[in-house]
Design a protein around this ligand. Structure first.
Ligand code: SF4
Length: 429
């Protein structure tokens, strides 16, 4: 019986209890959300990890991608990146490897990361040049057996959605790696996408291993000009139908979204995705709010991430400064993780159900700032080491900082308050 089946029988399994405790939510309420499919807990039946939930009434989560490419395939470096991302607060890791020994790296990440791990099985099938139905399902099952907790499957890229793309051409076409592999397979063979055509079999495998499906946005827009077209929405209609079928089968499913979207279209896009998928947990890659900032795309993605989170996105995929340019370094991964966590937290400050808890964190920082309590500020900082390093980089350790020094507004205002209180006979403070 899957977690969803158990929740539907009114039970509260231990993993649900654990997530409820972590989120400060009533376990029975969380169990109902899992039963309805609006929250998922990605955890393979074979893995013993701290469970983590994604979806309604939960904090916005952050995924970090790592993985080799065919140009750079040092598995130890990728493991280091994964561990650095977890250390920096990533909630999940996705291994997107396409170079070297994929099985070795996947197993090593599963053994060391300690958080839910996701993969994209079509990459393995493509690398092994086994892109037929058997090769695709073998890759999926092998990864599920290894203990992978969630998989991206580009099931929405089918003949129908590609027809919409043909009739409404884009500047950048298809920019998803899995989407383009699937598109080429359909063009070469004339066959339907096997993951779509044999979706019931895919659900059987997912059910057996308690594998959470992340229904990939293979037709996500790759530039602002392509942001809101028919192909994208056609894919969401297909994904919505496939979410329904996953729920009937008792399989947890979330949905992935774009991509590159101008700021004023993000809310509509998120709400449409939520509507079409009956409030399935929404996992976004960005959205990047402009195309013109290579080197800063962790920032363009974070801007979009805040707006998307405010509109209902549940899960943000970290973007690094290397996006569109190079395989990220470990330092890029750390930077991308923190910047995406900031976006997730900024969204949480506005989200019903989580904003009260999120605001306590900011209140802790504000209280420490008002007292010029530097240790308190470091403790409340999202990246304490970075805050401490900048504060001390000139060797100065005065009560105020070097920005305004003797004209420190906080100190002057505090002194003014104390004088005022003294005149009125009130205690200082
Ligand atoms: S010196 Fe200026 S910037 Fe620094 S703590 Fe005081 S008010 Fe803030």
């Amino acid at each position: 019986m899957t977690l969803m089946d158990e929740a539907r029988r009114g039970r509260v399994p231990p993993v649900v209890e654990a997530v409820a405790k972590r989120e400060g939510l009533d376990p029975a309420k969380l169990s109902n959300l899992i039963a309805s499919g609006t929250v998922v807990i990605p955890r393979n039946a074979r893995r013993e990890i701290e469970p983590m939930g994604v979806g309604e009434l939960l904090n916005t989560k952050v995924n970090v991608n790592i993985g080799t490419s065919q140009a750079l395939d040092d598995p130890e470096v990728e493991v280091e990146k994964a561990l650095a991302a977890v250390e920096s607060g990533a909630d999940t890791i996705m291994d997107l490897s396409t170079g070297g020994d994929l099985t070795y790296l996947r197993r090593k990440i599963l053994a060391t990361a300690g958080v839910p791990v996701g993969t994209v099985p079509i990459y393995q099938a493509a690398v092994e040049k086994k892109l037929d139905s058997q090769g695709l399902f073998n890759a999926l099952e092998e990864q599920a057996k290894d203990g992978v907790d969630f998989v991206t499957v580009h099931v929405g890229v089918n003949k129908n959605s590609l027809e919409r793309l043909r009739k409404d051409p884009r500047v950048m076409g298809v920019v998803s790696r899995g989407g383009s592999i699937t598109m080429k397979y359909i063009a070469e063979t004339g066959e339907e996408n096997p993951y779509y055509a044999e979706y019931d079999y895919l659900l059987e495998i997912a059910k057996e291993y308690e594998l959470t499906l992340s229904l990939g946005d293979g037709l996500r827009p790759g530039c602002i000009e392509d942001a809101s077209d028919r192909a994208k929405y056609m894919e969401f209609i297909v994904l919505g139908e496939l979410v329904d079928r996953a729920r009937v089968a008792g399989v947890q499913a979330m949905v992935e979204g774009p991509g590159h979207v101008p700021a004023d279209e993000i809310e509509t896009s998120v709400k449409a995705m939520k509507f079409l998928t009956k409030r399935a947990p929404l996992y976004l890659l960005g959205p990047l709010v402009t195309d013109v900032a290579p080197g800063y795309d962790h920032i363009t993605a974070a801007m979009g991430g805040v707006i998307a989170g405010m509109a209902g996105a549940d899960f943000l995929c970290a973007t690094t400064p290397s996006e569109h340019l190079d395989l990220p370094t470990k330092e890029d991964v750390i930077e991308g993780t923190y910047v995406t966590r900031i976006a997730a937290h900024a969204a949480d400050l506005t989200k019903p159900g989580v904003k009260e808890k999120a605001r306590l964190w900011d209140l802790g920082m504000a209280t420490a700032r008002a007292e010029l309590d530097w240790d308190g500020q470091f403790r409340a900082a999202i990246n304490p080491a970075r805050a401490r390093q900048i504060r001390h980089r000139r060797g100065v350790d005065t009560e105020t900082c070097t920005m305004c020094s003797e004209l420190c507004a906080i100190r002057l205002a505090k002194e003014a308050r104390e004088l005022d209180n003294g005149r009125q006979g009130k205690p200082a403070g």
